[in-house]
Design a protein around this ligand. Sequence first.
Ligand code: PMT
Length: 402
Amino acid sequence: MLGGKKVILGVTGSIAAYKAADIAGQLVRHGAGVHVVMTRAAREFVSPLTLEAISGNRVHTEMFAERSGAMVHLDLGRQADLLIVAPATANLIGKVAAGLADDLLTTLVLAFRSPVLFCPAMNPAMYANPVVQRNVAALRAAGYHFCGPEAGRVACGEEGPGRLAAVEAILDRAAGLLRGADDLKGIGVLVTAGPTREPLDPVRYLTNHSSGRMGYAVARAARDRGARVILVSGPTALRAPDGVSLVSVTTAAQMFTAVSRHLPESEVLIMAAAVADYRPATAAPEKIKKGDRPLTLELVPNEDILAYAGRSKKPGQVVIGFAAETGDPGERALDKARRKGADLVVGNDVTRPDAGFDVETNAVVFAFPDGQLLRLPKMDKYEVAWRLLDEVLRIRDGGAGA
Ligand code: PMT
């Protein structure tokens, strides 16, 4: 999404300003044209020359000193698709929230018509200050976007939310904003992702190969389209997407509790998690000792969360499942859609090396309970998620799908 786009990177005076070099470099690497605007304080932390060399474009610093007669803030802003302010200090956020424009960057932000993404970085006590929180809330309400801050140890040694978001998270949000869709704005989307773990004893469990990638891609795509996203995730190695509420669970029973708690406040449920159908009848309190005789495990069925959601679906709610199949998934996904009361089941063949578990791509078939099958070519999981959300909107609008 970044290829061929024009991005303005605003840099303000924070210790995290040095990370602007990495952000600019990654944007350029992804094919974006990058123009950097620095405040006076930012130049105390990082040299314009560095950002000039990385972006390949002249760095803008002054409102009046550059080309005589030119309206730099308007010229720059008119040409750009996105403005990222990273790091964004409390001062910059406060000035924009108050409608002040006393330097090139603040003037540019106020005059900018395309999306603006603020990436705050500051001392945690400062970020927690109610005045700063009020300014952030005011900017959010005015349609500005935020990425981070992350919680952790900041340069001054204090801990808490205040660290600049990871460069990868900033790029991910930037790419989402550049797609420019807002068609899920305000809609509550509940997504499940990852595997569940069913304990046998304190050291062993039953699980599967789900990495969480498919469900996390759905959560990111829904967020990028303006949804309020709750992501109920089994154990994964993935970073929680910025701007999404994460509920971490381990077992299928915990996932059931989390989904049933959040379902009433959600218009859409998308179950991409690989939920264990069975769990050990009992989890031994101590490690099961090795013996010479065969060991038989008794397994009992877990509640089917998707079927529960299908049964308790309210008018207007959309319920989507996935079907992990070994072989052609079409007919089996259709059967699951009908049996579980889902509006659509996304079938995938998990024996393919380029689809299903633990890869970046998927090849899916959308199965609708009326018998329609829509087969999609192999694509990135984020693209699958995007196409799936198109279907969600069609179903919500009363369309038959596909
Ligand atoms: O996480 P990745 O590595 O990216 O892999 C993606 C994926 C292969 C896990 C994903 O694309 C996928 O297929 N998810 C569904 C896996 C699965 O559990 O399929 P199933 O056919 O066993 O279940 C059908 C549906 O019922 C699923 O939506 C599942 O979430 C749901 N289910 C299953 C059992 C259960 N007890 N409760 C449920 O809600």
